[in-house]
Design a protein around this ligand. Structure first.
Ligand SMILES: Nc1nc2c(c(=O)[nH]1)N[C@H]1C(S)=C(S)[C@@H](COP(=O)(O)OP(=O)(O)OC[C@H]3O[C@@H](n4cnc5c(=O)[nH]c(N)nc54)[C@H](O)[C@@H]3O)O[C@H]1N2
Ligand SMILES: Nc1nc2c(c(=O)[nH]1)N[C@H]1C(S)=C(S)[C@@H](COP(=O)(O)OP(=O)(O)OC[C@H]3O[C@@H](n4cnc5c(=O)[nH]c(N)nc54)[C@H](O)[C@@H]3O)O[C@H]1N2
Ligand code: SF4
Ligand SMILES: [Mo]
Length: 741
């Protein structure tokens, strides 16, 4: 007999509601949930492939321990004993900083790591923490933190109401959106045009999103900050700047006015490869539109001027009066656990970077992390504090981070490595121990991270559907057992549940200082029937901005309310939140943070006259990929090969390259051989290779992925160039030479 279960898709930021048709414990069919308050039935091919992901025979179901060149399945006790020996051995010999940690992207999509990675890091007590954030959105955290006071205070385009959307470096038709959580981005974008609005897409490639837009602006890679400052210049010169809701609470206008004259459209046009007249027109369109939003994503972050570009996106939103107004860019109000809903409304401790610096390259710490681009150096460079052991959670840095060849070699040099992961892939093949968490259907799910970035305020909780099969372990238990071991204990089940109790009582004790909440004892008692991530989410919801405050607001949210609403609870469109949302020490917006101004003067202004490089490489995403890890699913990889080199016909002709033939692509750090795909959908002078491929290397065990291996584009990206403010890697605009192979 079939039963139906509802669940939020955990695979990307779009948070679609799934309708799972179950036959016993197995998924027979995946449909979009028409009644989901947010996604209303939308589903992409990856969501539909959840069935195959759950059933994938290569997905690990038991812990693996390396014996020589072989991996053998062991019991959890044996696996944790091996971790204890390996990890504590390194710590005893070399100290705590000798253990590095890398947290990958799925950590943000899974409750257990979002909640418990912190305990793991505290247990490890290392300063050598790295994550996928520094190959992704760290620049936006820095700009949001400095301007608005918390790294999660990112203004989100009000897609469903805006009249004009200027998008830079994003392709939501493929990615389904990022730092802009919304199911059915294709539908929502088309709706903007259907209601008479306009979409302008800035991208070196004519992406699917650019094709669907009113205008494609084919920018030279890495020059978004220049273009955006050009817009600022025109807006200020027009005399039409109007801060709207930011007026009277914004500092730094004089600094913007002082810097802007450097960036006339004529000065930036040759750098960006965008005609000055177009830049003027783009600025005027933003000013003329009743409402408008500027939005930048991965292409604007993973480049040399990532933090400046991320900042300037919001400077333009402020100067055009669009910050915090419906139809512009607004701050979401997450129902649970957001830094900009806690503490004192309108004021906070602000945001700092550089509280310490990395050992080898002296890079500043950001959000407690160092740039993952420097991980290989930290492993390979001898001396006190050298990384000799690595813990990874849901990460594949050998495919996902720059100068991947060097990191790959470095991981082979480690004394010990433990990975919490579901596959034996390019990274985890180096592990001594792999600890696989139970499958998706055995987990509870709530998008703790992405509801802070959502175009609508929504809350949706998915309870586990299946019991954990015998011999498997929940991810949260794995993480807490690792935390216990790192802290010197045994890593037993008792210690795990003790740590879980300790964590919730810490949260509750702190919250009990608020005078609108009951005592810690009362709150703990009300939460007592739950444990693990569900208990923490219940606590966060009940003490959050829509919470029931443990009874004080009888109509407020709790986990029980979400359990009773399997299609989610809609909390309405985004509302203006200034100045309450701010957590800066001044209680004001800092439009020109000193660090930004200094970087503009040190790098951006001088770059205006710099020579233009020859061919440069950018990335791209494909609808049926998910970074590196979903290529083991046949329905998602079959068909025409997608890991190809896109090149403009003129460049192809110059280089003697023909469609389908192999090309050799060489950068300062590496080279790959890849089939050519000639297309006029890319700017001359730019070539593109998607990231996330390069499978089938020895020691991996992903049979389908090995058949559709592709090449690892990060063998070409250079780890030595880093956005200085955020530590973010530069993955776009890489100088390359291309030749017939
Ligand atoms: N199908 C699919 N969906 C995904 C993912 C996936 O791998 N596959 N990954 C998920 C993750 S982790 C993330 S972070 C998001 C990312 O989501 P998006 O930011 O939408 O990512 P992309 O689709 O890579 O689009 C980035 C665009 O930037 C362009 N670009 C490159 N360099 C530059 C530049 O210098 N300037 C400008 N203006 N544009 C440039 C590229 O050509 C590309 O079209 O997607 C998420 N969703
Ligand atoms: N050149 C280039 N490189 C890029 C990008 C680019 O645009 N261009 N994009 C960057 C971006 S935005 C990102 S986010 C990074 C991603 O970088 P990573 O996070 O390092 O890489 P992923 O490919 O997402 O690998 C995810 C890992 O998590 C495992 N996994 C999946 N589900 C689970 C789970 O539930 N639990 C656990 N424990 N493990 C799980 C998978 O098996 C895989 O090993 O890549 C970056 N790399
Ligand atoms: S768009 Fe993202 S959340 Fe929606 S079904 Fe596809 S992978 Fe899942
Ligand atoms: Mo990402």
């Amino acid at each position: 007999m079939r039963t139906i279960e509802y669940r939020t898709c955990p695979l990307c930021e779009a948070t679609c509601g799934l309708e799972l048709h179950m036959e016993g414990e197995e998924i027979a069919l995946v449909r979009g949930d028409k009644d989901d308050v947010f996604s209303k039935g939308y589903l992409c091919p990856k969501g539909a492939a959840l069935k195959d992901l759950v059933a994938d025979p290569d997905r690990l179901r038991a812990p693996l321990v390396r014996r020589g060149d072989e991996f053998v399945e062991v019991t959890w006790d044996e696996a944790f004993a091996a971790v204890r020996e390996g990890l504590m051995g390194v710590i005893e010999r070399h100290g705590r900083d000798a253990v590095g940690a890398y947290l990958g992207n799925p950590c943000a999509h899974n409750l257990a790591p979002i909640i418990y990675n912190r305990a793991l890091l505290q247990g490890l007590g290392t300063t050598n923490v790295f994550s996928a954030s520094t190959v992704d959105q760290m620049p936006k955290h820095v700009s949001a933190g400095l301007m608005f006071g918390t790294p999660i205070s990112v203004p989100i385009p009000d897609l469903d109401r805006t009249d004009h959307l200027l998008m830079l470096g994003a392709n939501p038709f493929a990615s389904n959106g990022s730092l802009m959580t919304a199911p059915d981005l294709p539908g929502r974008l088309r709706a903007i045009r259907a209601r008479g609005g306009r979409i302008v897409v800035v991208d070196p490639r004519r992406s699917k999103t650019a094709e669907e837009a009113d205008e494609w602006v084919a920018i030279r890679p890495g020059t978004d900050a220049h273009l955006l400052f050009g817009l600022v210049n025109v807006i200020l010169a027009s005399g039409r700047a109007d801060l709207g809701r930011a007026a009277g609470i914004t500092d730094g206008m004089e600094e913007i006015e002082r810097l802007a004259p450097h960036f006339t459209p004529e000065a930036v046009a040759p750098v960006c490869g965008v005609p000055a007249a177009d830049i003027r027109r783009m600025a005027t369109e933003l000013l003329d539109a009743p409402t408008a939003a500027v939005y930048g994503r991965i292409g604007t972050c993973t480049q040399e001027y990532g933090t400046l570009a991320s900042w300037l996106v919001d400077v333009v939103n402020v100067l055009t009066g669009n910050l915090d107004r419906p139809g512009g860019a607004l701050f979401p109000k997450n129902a649970a656990g957001s830094a900009n809903t806690g503490g004192t409304p309108g004021r906070g401790r602000g945001f700092r970077i550089g509280r310490r610096h990395s050992r080898v390259e002296g890079k500043p710490e950001v959000l407690g992390e160092f740039p993952v681009a420097t991980l290989a150096s930290e492993i390979l460079t001898p001396g006190a504090g050298q990384i000799r052991a690595l813990v990874t959670v849901a990460g594949n840095p050998v495919v996902s981070t720059p100068d991947a060849g060097r990191l790959d070699a470095a991981l082979g040099d480690l004394e010990f490595m433990v990975c919490v992961d579901i596959y034996r892939n390019e990274t985890t093949r180096h592990a001594d121990v792999i600890l696989p968490p139970g499958g998706i259907l055995t987990k509870e799910h709530f998008d703790l991270a992405f509801y802070s970035l959502s175009i609508r305020n929504v809350a949706n909780y998915s309870p586990p559907i299946n019991e954990l099969p015998p011999g498997e372990m929940h991810e949260w238990e794995i993480l807490l057992r690792l935390a216990a071991i790192a802290g010197g204990a045994q890593g037993s089940a008792e210690e795990c549940s003790g740590l879980d109790d300790f964590i919730i009582s810490g949260l509750v004790t702190k919250a009990a200082q608020r005078d609108d909440l009951p005592s810690a004892e009362e709150m703990l008692e009300a939460l007592a029937l739950r444990r693990g991530p569900a208990r923490v989410v219940d606590f966060m919801l009940r003490t959050g901005p829509y919470g029931d405050r443990f009874g004080a607001e009888p109509d407020g949210l709790s986990l029980a309310v979400l359990e009773a609403n399997p299609h989610g609870v809609d909390l309405g469109p985004l509302q203006p939140r200034l100045p309450e949302v701010l957590r800066t020490p001044t209680g004001r917006i800092d439009l020109a943070p000193a660090l930004m101004v200094a970087d503009v003067e040190a790098r951006l202004v001088p770059s205006l006259g710099a020579p233009i490089p020859g061919l440069v490489l950018v990335g791209r995403r494909d609808l049926r990929s998910n970074n590196s890890w979903m290529h083991n699913i046949k329905v998602l990889v079959k068909g025409k090969a997608r890991c190809t080199l896109h090149i403009h016909p003129d460049d192809a002709a110059d280089l003697g390259l023909t469609d389908g033939a192999p090309a050799r692509v060489r950068s300062r750090v590496g080279e790959v051989v890849i089939p050519v795909e000639v297309t006029d959908g890319i700017r001359p002078g730019v070539v593109s290779i998607p990231h996330g491929w390069g499978h089938g290397v020895p020691g991996t065990d992903m049979r389908v992925a090995a058949e559709y291996a592709g090449v690892n584009s990060n063998l070409l990206t250079d780890a030595s160039v880093i956005d200085p403010l955020s530590g973010n890697a530069v993955l776009n605009g890489i100088p390359v030479e291309v030749a017939v192979a």
